[in-house]
Design a protein. Structure first.
Length: 311
């Protein structure tokens, strides 16, 4: 057998698939798509998918109830192979503590290669796209079910085919999905049009607090714990301001302030995130500020931009 990973999946009897905490549609799609791939090469294997119950609201429509469990249950069971998808770091892997990871499949540049076999493709827009590649390598025909899972990742990680990572490879895969009968509009609706009225009103409140700094080049919004707002939606919205070159959303968490950064230009926000205990991609990154209130954190971020980016 040419591929070590193929042999590894083929000989395992009891397999566990894990993904990152607070899973998104790419994490979910990747876990399910990998399960389909393993079924093809090893039909007799028992395959378990375990997901963080603290997932995003809109994913309820996609999740399979049996896949949600506490990490304790995961530890109690014995698996001869644990696979990780869409997670760059074992600390971010739900249920990953004390597990020996056999195969890691991911598309983050910052992946720490924490498994025995690491299949990392940072040029892939979604992790489902990396798994699609593996299917093609084995000449496994895409089924409609597989296409659904593949499309979840494509749609979600490219911001519905709009982010800088949207390329020909994405559209080629999306074409294959549509050709098999995947309904882009239905998936868009399930992923993006499931907010409650409260979330709409909280979103409006957060938007109305947005402030501009550095002669309009920097936009900053905050989400206090009292507001139920998805920071991705907020950051994607405020970046529409035409003069903004960098956008920051500060999210109040129980013991720190999360700093989400986006760049609309060549500015590398991964470097800025590194200053705030984080990292990520050039155009999308995140960090953490400890021991500060939301207002203090905002001051720190604005000051950093004033001193180091736009004097
Ligand atoms: Mn992803």
């Amino acid at each position: 057998m040419k591929n070590i990973w193929q042999a590894t999946f083929k000989k395992a009897k009891n397999i566990l698939i894990l993904t990152h905490v607070d899973p998104d549609a790419d994490a979910l799609g990747s876990a399910y798509l990998l399960r389909e791939l393993i079924k093809k090469i090893n039909p007799r294997a028992r395959i378990n998918v375990r997901l963080d119950p603290q997932h995003k609201n809109e994913l309820n429509a996609f999740m399979q109830k049996t896949d949600i469990t506490q990490s304790q249950d995961v530890r109690q069971k014995q698996f001869d192979l644990v696979a990780s998808v869409d997670a760059s770091d074992i600390d971010r892997l739900y249920g990953g503590k004390n597990q020996k990871i056999g195969v890691c499949i991911d598309h983050h540049v910052s992946n720490r290669k924490f498994a025995e076999i690491n299949i990392i493709d940072p040029s892939a827009a979604s992790c489902t796209l990396v798994i699609y590649d593996l299917l093609q390598k084995l000449k496994i025909k895409l089924t409609k079910t597989m296409a659904e899972y593949l499309y979840w990742g494509l749609s979600s990680d490219t911001g519905n085919f709009a982010f800088a990572n949207t390329d020909a490879r994405v559209f080629r895969a999306a074409y294959a999905c549509a050709h098999l009968g995947v309904n882009p509009n239905a998936i868009y609706n399930k992923l993006n049009e499931q907010l409650s009225q409260r979330e709409i009103l909280d979103f409006a409140r957060a938007v109305s607090q947005t402030q501009s700094f550095c002669r309009g080049k920097l936009s900053v919004a905050v989400i206090p714990q009292t507001l139920k707002v998805d920071n991705r939606f907020l950051i994607d919205f405020i970046r529409r301001e035409k003069n903004a070159e960098a956008v920051v959303v500060l999210v109040e968490k129980t013991d720190y302030i999360k700093v989400s950064l986006r760049s609309k230009t060549a500015l590398d926000v991964a470097k800025i995130a590194a200053h705030f205990n984080g990292g990520g991609h050039r155009k999308a990154a995140a960090g953490k500020i400890f021991g500060a209130t939301l207002a203090e954190a905002k001051k720190q971020v604005v000051q950093y931009f004033r001193k180091n980016i736009w004097l």
